[in-house]
Ligand binder design. Structure first.
Ligand SMILES: C[S@@+](CC[C@H](N)C(=O)[O-])C[C@H]1O[C@@H](n2cnc3c(N)ncnc32)[C@H](O)[C@@H]1O
Length: 312
């Protein structure tokens, strides 16, 4: 397996951003730099975030020829509201977030993201953080573990798995954990191809990195940073992320969202987005064939509109 990262929904994401010469863009998830390079090829200037120092190091070398057209921030996209203005990006014309992890991280045995390799249970994006997957597995209570397995892994056997982990710990490696899960989870017929540890590894990664909270923070900050007419494009890879993006875009674009049907007059002051995609865009069959990791990707796009008060 190669660790070259192939940018997902590449043309679709760039088209969605409506890129114009010399305008400012934020790439919240630099990764291997593919989308950032694409934005610059279309003339945009980019502030690129990544929480992983290794990604910044690798991509900044790949993008060296773009010179001052790109700046980098080793920080979470959740903190873009504070960081971007300090880097001269106080108001921007488009923001992209391509969530999750890159092939470089997944295929790097040392990072502990994959059960295909035996590695320490790490799973941090940001190596400055002290909390690792091993910390969670070896110190959280069975109830706490069951809770994240259920909420972030949507795992039916969350309680049973949490109890068995607690009985068998300490566990230090991906293999120890994956083998234990495999002993407990019997997959229904026809689903044999998916390793039973998939959901638990997803849940741990989300919990270690506080991914869903960072996503909520990032989305809120993005809306504040966008100029009217600016576009927000988010690529997600599983239903928990997509649900957050979908609700967020809907809440800020549809005044009747979540309003009981008997209410006739609604407050529209919070409406700052127009949805460009009602249904998310998915990769073509050709893209999925060329890059199987794109298969669960969904792209949602919204545009910032002028606030009512600012219209006057
Ligand atoms: C799917 S990859 C992005 C790939 C990129 N679009 C490309 O074309 O190469 C996701 C990247 O987001 C980074 N990441 C994950 N959570 C983050 C966060 N909260 N803040 C900033 N970067 C994050 C990961 O380290 C990873 O490098």
């Amino acid at each position: 397996m190669t660790n070259e990262h192939i940018s997902v929904l590449y043309e679709e994401a760039l088209d969605a951003l409506n890129i114009r010469e010399n305008l400012l863009y934020i790439d919240g998830t630099l990764g291997a730099g593919g989308h950032t390079a694409g934005i610059m090829e279309r003339g945009g200037r980019v502030l690129a975030f990544d929480w992983d120092a290794e990604a910044i190091d690798f991509a900044s070398k790949q993008l060296i020829d773009y010179g001052e057209q790109v700046r980098f921030a080793h920080a979470s996209y959740g903190s873009m509201g504070e960081v971007a203005p300090q880097k001269g990006f106080a108001q921007v014309d488009g923001i992209l977030m391509d969530l999750g992890l890159s092939s470089r991280q997944l295929d790097n045995p040392e990072r502990g993201f994959s059960f295909r390799y035996d590695a320490p249970l790490d799973m941090r994006f940001d190596m400055r953080q002290t909390k690792t997957a091993a910390h969670l597995i070896n110190s959280w209570s069975a109830d706490e573990l069951a809770d994240i397995f259920f909420r972030y892994g949507e795992e039916r056997l969350s309680r049973k798995l949490a109890r068995i982990i607690v009985e068998n710990r300490p566990l230090y490696t991906t293999k120890e954990l994956a083998d234990l899960i495999k002993r407990v989870v019997k997959l229904p017929r026809g689903k044999k191809k998916i390793h039973p540890a998939t959901k638990i590894f997803q849940a741990l990664r989300i919990a270690v990195n506080g991914e869903l909270d960072e996503l909520e923070r990032g989305l809120r900050a993005a809306v504040d940073l966008l100029r009217p007419g600016g576009r927000l494009a988010i690529i997600s890879f599983h239903s928990l992320e997509d649900r957050i993006v979908k609700h967020f875009m809907r809440e800020l674009s549809d005044p009747y969202y979540n309003v009981p049907s008997h209410v006739l007059h609604v407050d529209e002051s919070h409406i700052v987005l127009k949805r460009i995609t009602r249904k998310p865009l998915a990769p073509s069959a050709a893209e999925v064939a060329a890059n199987p990791r794109s298969r669960s990707a969904k792209l949602r796009v919204a545009e910032k509109i002028a606030k009512k008060a600012e219209d006057k």
